[in-house]
Design a binder for this molecule. Sequence first.
Ligand SMILES: NC(=O)c1ccc[n+]([C@@H]2O[C@H](COP(=O)([O-])OP(=O)(O)OC[C@H]3O[C@@H](n4cnc5c(N)ncnc54)[C@H](OP(=O)(O)O)[C@@H]3O)[C@@H](O)[C@H]2O)c1
Length: 250
Amino acid sequence: MSNRLGAFIVSGAGGGIGLAIASHLAALGHLVYGLGRDRAKLQGVASTFPANAFSFSTVDLARADETHATINEISLWLKSCGRPLLGVVNNAGIFDRLSFQQTSDAIWERQFNGNLLSAVRLTRELYPHLKAAHSSAVVNISSTLGERPIAGTAAYSALKAAMINWTKTLALEWAPDQIRVNCLCPGLVDTPIHDFHRLPANDPARVSAHQAQPLGRMGRPEEIAAACEFLLRSEWTTGTILTVDGGISL
Ligand SMILES: NC(=O)c1ccc[n+]([C@@H]2O[C@H](COP(=O)([O-])OP(=O)(O)OC[C@H]3O[C@@H](n4cnc5c(N)ncnc54)[C@H](OP(=O)(O)O)[C@@H]3O)[C@@H](O)[C@H]2O)c1
């Protein structure tokens, strides 16, 4: 993205990794449009950002009709702010920890819609804006589980693996338009997506989550945001799968 100031879309910006990415981009002077289902969370985020730095729509990205309506809102926002769309971060996602025998069709469909089709659809609809920027980027937030799954995560891991593969196809297809497409695979990051996030620091579940990493601790959302900025900014990087995981996948 060189040093151009622009606009970015971040899905799941109401908390966790998405909020850290939105904050990181806003601190660099960019304008951010956040997407999420929870209005109160997004309003809370907007109130902590400088005026006009963070706009948002509430949307369930697993639903085609809601996503389509949101694209219209984003288009109006881009027009009014006068900034090029330099990047889209497909961060929104859901996690299920279930044995394979527990994963019903409904669970697989929920994971497919929530972790893959939602990002595919949003990215496809934003293509005209990304192309018009004459150098822009998509970052898909997958997971180390997409490359090295663990038991009890069949549907989540399979969809995160699909996201990695989709990233590479899209990188090839959109390279002629100077739209770079990369994938970021976080390891265990301490966010509300994990049940143990709200437990006290000395709870055994939290302690063992920290100890699972060779580096001895879980990641911080800000550390994923810094890696995301690299992928958004690096103008000769496309189709890359960047693992940021404290060494857990070694
Ligand atoms: N934390 C980790 O250890 C870890 C590791 C690897 C990968 N990841 C990935 O990183 C991404 C962010 O996760 P996180 O850890 O920051 O979890 P999080 O705090 O639970 O954040 C996930 C966000 O996604 C949004 N979201 C989920 N489904 C949505 C939908 N259908 N429509 C709109 N928004 C939706 C949620 O917004 P609302 O609350 O407003 O619905 C929430 O803000 C996810 O894709 C996750 O799979 C996380």
